[in-house]
Ligand binder design. Structure first.
Ligand SMILES: C[S@@+](CC[C@H](N)C(=O)[O-])C[C@H]1O[C@@H](n2cnc3c(N)ncnc32)[C@H](O)[C@@H]1O
Length: 271
């Protein structure tokens, strides 16, 4: 019954000018709308609220490159590009999204700090990755790395796949909602960068099943230490958020916390 009510609205949101080129998985919009319909009991306020949530999930306001142009470069220029040219292109891409732009000035230190704790991984899951896989040239990992990048924004996963196909043949970009279809590939490390607090805005405690079901040695969660405008200190709130979520998983974890230039890094290991 609900399906009949929700379906036309889901179709309308997916076909809207704002989202039609992003190919958000239909199940994401259906789940959002179903939850809001349950909450409001009426379709109009449910649609309004689901649209607001989708706006925050996709977060186009954080920035985008020109995907067509970038894919064209990956397929025509990258095969003969020097490592320096590849790095320059990756730097340009990273600079187009707020999350990756913020860490550009200290990328090497960022990855050195992570791998000093986790060891150099052979298999990585990058959850809700955005443009972060273009940091690979700074990670110091071999081309044999198995890097699984997950995002629900299709132009992003297409671009990342175009990059992997040329440079990292064992790696894969997955167009997938990580909360509805939790990745269970066994891996050394999972990155969940700058997304945990946003996932909680989608639905409270929705990190919990994700953290429980990941089949990884290390889960590295990052959260901003300061607000986007740099005015507010978020450290205490974010430490509490991670501790509460860990507690709710009901699993004993070992936790180490550090910070690289205003990005808090939580190294989590199931014991
Ligand atoms: C704030 S950006 C984070 C980027 C990246 N993790 C970083 O720190 O550089 C959020 C990204 O997560 C993606 N995303 C949000 N929720 C998701 C979900 N449930 N499944 C897959 N991707 C998701 C969005 O499409 C967007 O590209």
């Amino acid at each position: 019954m609900n399906d009949d009510i929700l379906h036309p609205w889901v179709e309308e949101i997916l076909a809207s000018k704002k989202y039609r080129d992003l190919h958000i998985p239909p199940e994401t919009v259906t789940a959002l709308l179903a939850a809001e319909f349950e909450r409001f009991g009426k379709i109009k306020p449910a649609v309004k609220s689901a649209k607001q949530k989708l706006h925050n999930i996709v977060a186009s306001y954080l920035g985008d490159p020109d995907y067509e142009q970038a894919i064209d470069w990956m397929t025509t220029q990258l095969p003969q590009a020097s490592p320096q040219e590849e790095q320059t292109m990756c730097e340009q891409l990273l600079s187009q999204h707020a999350s990756t732009r913020e860490r550009l000035p200290h990328l090497r230190e960022f990855y050195e700090t992570i791998f000093a704790v986790t060891g150099k991984p052979s298999i990585i899951l990058d959850l809700a990755c955005g443009l972060h896989p273009f940091g690979l040239p700074w990670m110091g990992l071999p081309q044999t790395i198995e890097y699984h990048a997950y995002d629900l924004h299709k132009p992003r996963t297409n671009l990342i796949q175009a990059y992997f196909s040329q440079r990292y043949p064992h790696s894969q970009a997955h167009h997938q909602d990580i909360l509805l279809n939790i990745p269970t590939i066994p891996a050394d490390v999972a990155f969940l960068f700058k997304e945990t607090h946003r996932i909680e805005k989608r639905a409270k405690d929705s990190n919990v099943p994700l953290w429980q079901q990941l089949n990884v040695n290390w889960l590295v969660v990052s959260l901003p230490a300061l607000s986007l405008n740099q005015q507010h200190d978020l450290r205490d709130g974010h430490r509490n958020l991670v501790n509460n979520l860990l507690h709710k998983t009901g699993i004993p974890w070992q936790q180490t916390v550090t910070e690289v230039y205003s990005e808090m890094l939580f190294f989590l290991q199931k014991t």
